[in-house]
Ligand binder design. Structure first.
Ligand code: BGC
Length: 811
């Protein structure tokens, strides 16, 4: 069952009912100011950091669901409703929500009043704009009251949700004719405030929640809206809000518009005050003036649309499959921007308080983002590298505002260092910019320890070499990619962290997955070395890589598939010898992607085993058989009920690893089949089962052991976005940036007759047409560049500004 439809021309998903199986959200903003907005206008805004600079309040896991947001109440002829249905939930005659790239528009009609609410974050600004139109589409004159409402958060979202003994006394506001300023803590250590402004003077306002909502009221029945209007309240402590009232008289056919702005301002220390106790509003007023007319709003809207058109034009695909086209051309790339911006911090499943930027997560997000804005990818790589420790290990997470590592989680996730090589390598392959390797980058955020980025990569590489276990496989530490496989922790008591309790690092537990990564990214490192003329280092690195490859084929091979790990007692994990958890997806994907066992047959066998043991109609599960007990020596993975999350859920993140692995083996049909199973657009028809947004990937879909098989969770912020984009664009379509140029190496379903891609690469545009009349799954027979045959399939980079015509014949 569908709840909406795609409009690919407009690049929108249009939701036709507010009652979607879960709130279906969008992200506004792609620089510093962000707003999450659901299809009923729920959500919240923050500046840079969802924990430390939360601007509006949001209650997670609330019942009723998703009541906090940026709401517009309408009142006419004795009835009250919201343009976006929530929180009042009055039935309207028509409703639609259009989620587009960086904007969301609601439209609904009731009582002969057609109203729209259009929200976006303009480029380069720290504010949310919301333009409302209210039209009288009836035959008679109408009186309509319009009430925008949002609740301010007292900045630090964690503190805001817990430290009430203080917070109920700190709230402060200031009000001018057209603006409500939220200035809690500005009198002491803060130099920032927020505000709600309108481009026309409201007839009334409220700034105290108790007054607008009522002490025992709710956003579903605000006292001011249902009673006699806003009261002019000034918040002293408790809960400051921004609420306004506009009383409109509309003739038949008349439309009125109001532009609202939720803004964020930082003032320099010596410009904080206008006069004693009165905040300096200069910057706020200037910002307001930039958007005080419809014309200016439309210009901002157009600028945003141009920004996205230009970004997406870096990679465009034409092919027969509409699902693949819309995911590649629009939504998958869009999600990659969002994961790049958010890492795993703020979604409807990530509260924005728990995690900041993940070291491993952000490095992987780069893989899907680097072709869009390479300069931002560059900056991010340097930020991430600065949180690395001098021994090559890394803080697992850091806060985006402070860029400081998160002490509570610390380090010891032994795959982390290698992801830095993966991200940097992707950046250099995209840009050819080796100068990034010369950048001086701090260790542990301490500038006095700075070394060139290349030295960071070297220490990443060496970290694995220097941390090998009894089988000469890499030690796993607290965990590897699978945060829930905790082989050293032995967490016994409820409430203890599975990762960081007790002796989380041990000298015995090893990871075959990290070994696979080491082979893949160790090789990339060696290639970088040889491009830099570090021949000896390249050779020495390759020797380590080759040795590891042998080790994997020996201690890491189980007979039919790659083992997952060895536990703290040296017992295999992910082996036929185990009672549960005999086979895991991760080492199959990573080892085969690294080419391990490609020549000697293990890779083929591993892929067959995945198909045989892990396939389901909704995707490939992480392991089988699911763990039915909690195992102290395995940790969090066995804490989940069977079929959920890492315990045999369909973890979407590593399904594309199988796509890539199958492509390494030239299996185009199977690669595409795996791609298709988790592709959200293909799942739109079963939205009532899948439940999350049909335009983005979720982290997890319940596996076959779960009673809710097929139900997705944790949409938006997942490494799935980057890896799936990589799997379709590089493994299947085969447009692969390399250090030496653009490689064309498709691995297609044999019934695809061909496709065309336009790819901007190092400043030149490549128009690539692939002809698969032969019905091949793999193999470039001929390749022409500007009409000339090319030996091999790597096109040397063309000068920036040029357009290159590429014709590829498969067979
Ligand atoms: C984390 C990833 C991790 C994955 C598997 C996600 O929640 O963000 O870093 O690789 O779970 O455990």
């Amino acid at each position: 069952m569908k709840f909406g439809y795609f409009d690919d021309k407009k690049r929108e998903y249009i939701i036709k009912t507010p009652k979607t199986p879960l709130p279906w959200i969008n992200y506004l903003g792609s620089e510093d100011f962000f707003t999450l907005v659901s299809n009923t206008a729920g959500g919240y805004s923050f500046y840079k950091d969802a924990r430390l600079r939360r601007i509006t309040r949001y209650r997670y896991n609330a019942s009723p669901l998703d009541q906090d947001g940026f709401h517009i109440y309408l009142k006419a002829a004795g009835e009250v409703w919201n343009i976006a249905w929530q929180p009042v939930q009055t039935d309207v005659n028509s409703y639609c929500c259009r989620h587009g790239l960086g904007y969301t528009v609601f439209e609904s009609e009731k009582k002969g009043i057609l109203a729209t609410q259009e929200m976006l974050v303009p480029r380069g600004e720290a504010c949310l704009l919301c333009r409302i139109t209210v039209a009288n589409v009836g035959e008679e004159k109408k009186k309509v009251d319009v009430f925008p409402y949002t609740e301010f958060c007292l900045w630090d979202a964690m503190d805001d949700a817990s430290n009430f003994q203080r917070n109920f006394s700190t709230g402060e506001v200031e009000v001018t004719a057209d603006t409500i300023y939220h200035k809690t803590e500005y009198r002491e250590r803060r130099d920032h405030y927020a505000f709600l402004w309108a481009n026309r003077t409201p007839d009334a306002f409220d700034t105290a929640r108790d007054a607008f909502i009522g002490i025992y009221g709710s956003p579903a029945k605000p006292a001011a809206v249902f009673g006699s209007g806003c009261t002019g309240s000034i918040a002293h402590g408790w809960a400051p809000v921004g609420a306004m009232q506009f009383s409109l008289d509309l003739l038949p056919g008349q439309t009125e518009s109001i532009i609202l702005m939720l803004g964020y301002i930082e003032n320099p220390e010596d410009e904080k005050w206008e006069s004693s106790g009165v905040i300096n509003k200069e910057r706020a007023v200037a910002m307001q003036q930039r958007y005080d007319s419809d014309k200016k709003f439309f210009a901002a809207r157009e600028e945003l649309a141009d920004f996205w058109s230009s970004l997406l034009s870096n990679f465009t695909l034409s092919c027969e499959d509409e699902h693949v086209s819309r995911m590649v051309n629009i939504w998958n790339q869009y999600q990659c921007m969002v994961t790049f911006n958010m890492s795993r911090s703020a979604s409807y499943f990530e509260s924005g308080m728990g995690r900041g930027m993940g070291f491993r997560d952000s490095c992987q997000d780069l893989l899907g983002f680097v072709h869009m804005i390479p300069e931002r990818a560059r900056e991010r790589i340097l930020d991430i590298a600065a949180t690395q420790f001098p021994d090559g290990s890394a803080y697992h997470q850091y806060q985006p505002l402070t860029k400081k590592g998160n002490m509570a989680v610390g380090s010891g996730f032994n795959d982390d260092p290698l992801w830095l090589i993966a991200g940097t390598d992707a950046y250099i392959r995209e840009t050819g910019d080796y100068s990034i390797l010369d950048e001086q980058v701090a260790f542990d955020c301490d500038a006095s320890l700075a070394q060139p980025l290349m030295e960071h990569l070297r220490r990443s590489f060496n970290y694995t070499v220097e941390h090998l276990g009894p089988h000469q496989l890499p030690l796993i530490g607290r965990a590897d990619w699978n945060d829930c496989l905790n082989l050293n922790c032995f967490s016994e008591h409820p409430g203890e962290s599975f990762q960081v309790t007790g002796p989380s690092e041990g000298p015995v537990a090893e990871s075959v997955f990290i070994a696979g990564m080491f082979v893949k990214y160790g090789r990339a490192y060696a290639e970088l070395c040889s491009h830099l003329g570090l021949i000896e280092e390249a050779e020495a690195s390759l020797a380590h890589v080759e040795k590891m490859e042998k080790t994997v084929l020996d201690a890491g091979w189980d007979g039919e598939w790659f083992r997952r790990a060895y536990d703290a007692f040296g017992q295999p994990v992910g082996s036929k010898e185990c009672e549960e958890g005999k086979i895991f997806i991760e080492p199959q994907g990573m080892c085969v992607m690294a080419g391990i066992g490609k020549e000697s047959g293990e890779a083929e066998k591993a892929m067959q085993s995945v198909k045989e043991h892990l396939d389901t109609r909704y995707g490939i599960v992480l392991l089988q058989p699911a763990y039915t007990n909690y195992y102290l020596n395995l940790g969090e993975i066995s804490s989940y009920p069977p079929g959920y999350k890492e315990n045999a859920g369909i973890f979407c993140h590593n399904n594309p690893w199988i796509v890539c692995a199958e492509a390494v083996l030239g299996h185009g049909n199977r690669a595409f089949e795996v791609y298709r199973r988790t592709c959200p657009s293909y799942l739109e028809d079963i939205s009532e089962i899948h439940r999350t947004e049909p335009y983005v990937y979720p982290q997890m879909i319940a596996g076959k052991d779960a009673p809710t098989h097929g139900e997705a969770k944790n949409s938006w912020l997942t490494g799935t976005a980057a890896w799936t984009l990589l799997s379709i664009t590089q493994a299947i379509l085969g447009v692969v940036p390399t250090l030496d140029g653009l490689k064309i190496d498709p691995c297609l379903p044999s019934d695809w007759k061909g496709f065309a891609v336009s790819r901007r690469y190092r400043g030149a545009v490549y128009n690539i047409t692939v002809d698969n009349a032969a019905g091949a799954e793999y193999g470039v027979k001929e390749l022409f560049v500007n009409g000339q045959p090319l030996a091999g399939n790597v096109i040397p980079p063309a000068p920036a500004g040029e357009t290159v015509e590429v014709k590829v014949i498969m067979g």
